[in-house]
Write a protein that binds this ligand. Structure first.
Ligand code: DON
Length: 572
């Protein structure tokens, strides 16, 4: 089995799962950066206050939700470099005010010269860290093409206007938060190692402190080229040359042809229902949408509300549902352009009901006895669906990533942006866990030009034909359960948006057969009852960093900004 090194743990925990020190300051029920107000005209909730402010300004200028989303994506590449990106990828789920829906897959792809065994040694074992750090870990970036496509299809303001705020932030600098100062200091040596010629993230004079100004001139120049030339400003010319040159510094595979050939894909969203609400979510290459609907179908027959939030029966049921759904994920899900994902079967009520029939209230089902479900009827990818949108009440849910915090840690020399380490999301060897402990097989094996499976689950919920919730989160394998628990916190446990986001969460992913629990998520009696039934309860740091918006029955918007980070909700 592949070992998770201390280094990996540090990188994954630093950016997203936060250290225990930070967690202890994040007490139960604490509000995120959200004034608790309700707003009529619009709202932006993101991981960084500067990015939320950019989004709101675009809305106030008359931009629509897609204009704001594009501006926020570019702004996050400047002010939130551990995940906001030009060199990564992501997904967008979109719903227009009239109820039309769409999904954009701008996930990275493996290079055309990638090979199934590229991270294995001569006897077929994974080489630790090879898919995680440096140039070889990088997938062909999708974010810039995704933003160009989204804007081309739905944008209302001109391209110049939506890229400009990010240029300003990179050129003039922005004040880093306390959390960012500590992350950058913690990664100083790694940045030096992977960027011997320097990067804006390295402070050679002293250590970073809260409110220090981070100026990124090279990044500003890249953004200007994108502003001037659109997709050609990134996938061709000087920036493409710098990416390819950067590959040569560390045996990376991406070529100019790979960059030219990258295109994001519009896909038909996955939809399902839960207690009368309609869920609109991301199809493969995300595993998240299918898994989310499977989880909701698995728990729907049970009275969660009567049992209560994080009560022993609630936790047990959800853990057993997750065990089965994550087992399916490992076997059946992968890039739909390469693998016939049996999505119709997995989304049948009868299938999920049957999966839950082996669950027994008296004792935990060992994961070793749960295999992926037997699904027949392999399907072909459906036709991509396109919609025309109106400007009022449009909703966008985007999750975007470099994978690990600060991705591969490689900053493109001259380009000033970080490259992803998304290749680790492939199953590098059947049964061998990735950075998030997830295993996979044939469906998610590496192949040239293939997209690696993701857990990102940007979602939108509708009630009675109206927009109800926009929700999503980072968190690797915990993304699916965080989105799921946020939705049931609102629908079953009748929480307001901020409380649903702040509420403590727990997670099970089939393998390893352990229940991960945030501090104070379960009381001691609940924990004892679950242990007595054979559940292995493990406490861990933060689960998820949900940023969500709820539309109230009066038509106003409530924000939920996760207090686990610097997240921020702004409405107007
Ligand atoms: O696509 C995925 O599933 C992962 N690359 C997401 C990574 C992530 O959420 C990082 N946060 N912990």
């Amino acid at each position: 089995m592949r070992k998770i090194t201390k280094h990996q743990i540090r990188v994954s925990f630093l950016g997203y799962f936060l250290s225990l020190t930070l967690i202890s300051s994040c007490v139960s029920g604490q509000l995120g950066k959200n004034n608790g107000g309700e707003y009529k005209n619009g709202m932006v909730v993101s991981a960084h206050p500067e990015a939320s402010a950019v989004g709101i300004e675009i809305l106030k200028k008359g931009g629509n939700a897609v204009d704001a989303a594009v501006a926020v994506q570019f702004a996050l590449s400047v002010v939130y470099p551990n995940a906001g990106n030009l060199g990564g990828g992501g997904f967008m789920v979109y719903r227009s005010a009239k109820g039309e829906i769409n999904a954009l897959d701008f996930r990275e792809k493996a290079s055309s010269s990638a090979r199934r065994d590229m991270y294995l040694d001569s006897v077929g074992n994974p080489i630790v860290d090879k898919s995680l750090y440096g140039q070889l870990a990088v997938g062909v970036p999708g974010s810039v093409d995704g933003m160009v496509e989204a804007h081309k299809k739905y944008g209302k303001l001109n391209w110049n206007q939506v890229v400009q705020p990010a240029i300003d932030l990179a050129q003039n600098g922005f004040k880093i938060t306390k959390r960012q100062a500590s992350e950058l200091n913690g990664l100083h040596r790694d940045f030096m190692k992977f960027n011997p010629n320097g990067t804006a993230f390295i402070n050679l004079e002293s250590t970073w402190k809260e409110n220090d100004l981070l100026v990124q001139n090279e990044l500003a120049n890249t953004l200007k080229l994108i502003q001037e030339k659109g997709r050609a400003g990134f996938y061709e010319g000087a920036v493409a040359d710098s990416i390819v040159a950067e590959m040569q510094n560390g045996k990376g595979l991406i070529t100019k042809i790979d960059l030219q050939n990258y295109h994001s894909a519009w896909r038909k969203p996955i939809t399902g229902t839960y207690r009368g609400y309609k869920i609109i979510t991301m199809p493969p290459t995300s595993s998240g949408g299918i898994a989310l609907i499977q989880l909701l179908q698995s728990v729907e027959p049970y009275p969660l509300k009567k049992w209560g939030h994080n009560a022993d029966s609630t936790v047990q049921l959800i853990v057993e549902a997750e065990r089965r759904v994550y087992a399916d994920r490992a076997t059946h899900l992968g890039d739909p352009d390469f693998y016939a994902v049996p999505k119709n079967e997995l989304l049948k009520h009868s299938y999920n009901k049957n999966r839950m029939s082996t669950f027994n209230w008296n004792s935990a089902t060992p994961s070793s006895s749960v295999l992926a479900g037997n699904v027949s009827g392999k399907e072909h990818e459906e036709t991509t669906h396109f919609s025309i949108v109106d400007k009022e009440g449009n909703a966008v849910s985007i999750t975007t990533t470099l994978n690990g915090s600060y991705g591969s840690l490689v900053v493109v020399k001259g380009g000033g942006f970080l490259l992803n380490n998304e290749m680790d999301d492939f199953s590098v060897k059947p049964g061998s866990p990735n950075m998030y402990g997830l295993v996979g097989g044939e469906a998610n094996a590496i192949a040239p030009n293939k997209r690696m499976l993701s857990s990102m689950t940007p979602s939108i919920v509708e009630k009675d034909g109206n927009l109800f919730m926009v929700v999503g989160t980072p968190g690797g394998s915990t993304i699916i359960t965080s989105v799921f628990q946020t939705i049931i916190n609102v629908i079953d446990f009748e929480m307001q948006m901020q409380s649903a986001v702040s509420a403590k969460k727990f997670h099970h992913q089939w393998l390893p057969d352990e229940v991960y629990v945030e501090k104070d998520a379960l009381d001691s009696l609940t924990t004892e009852k679950l242990k007595a039934k054979g559940y292995k309860i493990m406490s861990r740091g933060s689960i998820g960093r949900v940023d969500a918006i709820l539309r109230t029955k009066w038509g106003t918007y409530q924000g939920g900004a996760d207090p686990r980070g610097d997240d921020n909700a702004i409405g107007y």
